[in-house]
Design a protein around this ligand. Structure first.
Ligand SMILES: [Mn+2]
Length: 359
């Protein structure tokens, strides 16, 4: 259980308790959600080895009691600082760990507390890396919705459609299929725009003879999917086809090599070395992948910057790409869960080049 894991970490650290805050910063709010499953927009948790408190105001009183029943509820009346201070006094907290993702203004307020503040660094983020069975189910469902939405939209994709309109169709379909929400922006990058790894859907019309890269995702009960596919609108040049097969082979090799124990750097090298040998190394400038969960990008990194072994249960993306200014780009991305000997692929959408032939 997450709370037990966290308490073990607290007992092994220099702080007596930690403060998680769901105020203002959505990244910090995800840490609070991860530990408590509280879905309100105002709340704070103070957790020590032998106690856990949840602070909020009258608006969320009933919600806290339903969603966070194992926590002692402290109703904030007036000053937030006084409410936190009351717990600090009661539990004799001398050192309080705080989430490094809170805003400076919030930190500045906590500095007035009577205890010492210690940064949690990435304590919660590190616990979040390895997903449990329930989290894997939710990630899988987010991926299924994403697969199905892309399949649905590709069915009537045709030359002349505007990237932004395709984005809207995809988002609506995901919501239809049960997603809580979708990413704010999708990448729909056709033709030369495909050379921008993060080419957000624009007013450009998709033309015949172009590759179109979709990088899309939605949230299901808080957990995100992240899938990229590149498709051909009509016949594309031999060069684009070659690039596609190189990226596909690199990505497939990455998935084959993915397992717990390999380092982020080694896994990145599997994809990168293949693309480099094929002569396109200079056109693959980003890392091979990243962790995925409550956040679209979270720990661990799958890149040359991570020489730590990847953990069992980590959900990571594998997404090599080639981007050539003036020509276009290809990226293929899957989300996988690492196991001891291999990985479980969460997406079922095919990876072979799909050519859409409509006129
Ligand atoms: Mn990604």
């Amino acid at each position: 259980m997450i709370l037990e894991k966290l308490k073990k970490v607290i007992s092994n650290n220099e702080y007596d308790a930690i403060l998680l805050s769901g105020m203002e910063n959505p990244k910090a709010a995800k840490n609070l959600y991860y530990v408590t499953k509280y879905t309100g927009s105002y709340g704070f948790a103070i957790i020590g080895e032998s106690f856990q408190y949840f602070l909020s105001d009258f608006r969320y009183r009933d919600q806290v009691k339903t969603e966070v029943p194992d926590f002692t509820f402290v109703e904030i009346e007036g000053s937030l600082l006084n409410a936190i201070e009351s717990v600090i006094k009661k539990e004799s907290i001398l050192k309080l760990g705080f989430d490094q993702k809170i805003r400076f203004s919030e930190y500045d307020m906590y500095r007035k507390l009577s205890c010492e503040l210690v940064s949690l660094d990435n304590t919660i983020e590190n616990i979040r890396i390895s997903k449990d069975e329930n989290e894997i189910k939710l990630l899988k469902k987010a991926c299924q919705i994403t697969d199905e939405a892309l399949e649905y939209v590709l069915d009537f994709l045709q030359p002349g459609m505007i990237e932004r309109d395709v984005e809207i169709l995809l988002k609506n379909k995901m919501i239809d299929l049960g997603a809580d929400s979708t990413w704010e922006r999708f990448i729909v990058a056709s033709g030369e725009r495909g050379a921008m790894p993060h080419g957000m859907a624009s007013d450009k019309a998709i033309k015949s003879g172009e590759l179109v890269t979709f990088d899309i995702g939605c949230f299901y009960k808080g957990y995100s999917s992240d899938m990229t596919r590149t498709v051909a609108m009509g016949e594309v040049s031999q060069e684009l086809k070659n690039i596609y097969s190189i990226v596909l082979e690199a990505q497939t090799r990455g998935v084959k090599a993915a397992k717990a124990g390999i380092t982020g750097k080694e896994l990145d090298s599997v994809c990168r070395d293949y693309i480099t040998k094929a002569g396109y190394g200079e056109y693959f400038k980003h890392g091979t992948g990243h962790g995925l969960g409550l956040d679209v990008h979270e720990a661990p990194r799958v890149s040359q910057a991570n020489d730590k072994p990847l953990e069992v249960g980590a959900c990571i993306t594998i997404e090599p790409g080639i981007y050539i200014t003036g020509l276009g780009g290809v990226r293929i991305e899957e989300d996988v869960i690492l196991t001891k000997d291999s990985c479980i692929i969460l997406n079922e959408f095919p990876k072979e080049l799909i050519t859409i032939n409509k006129n």
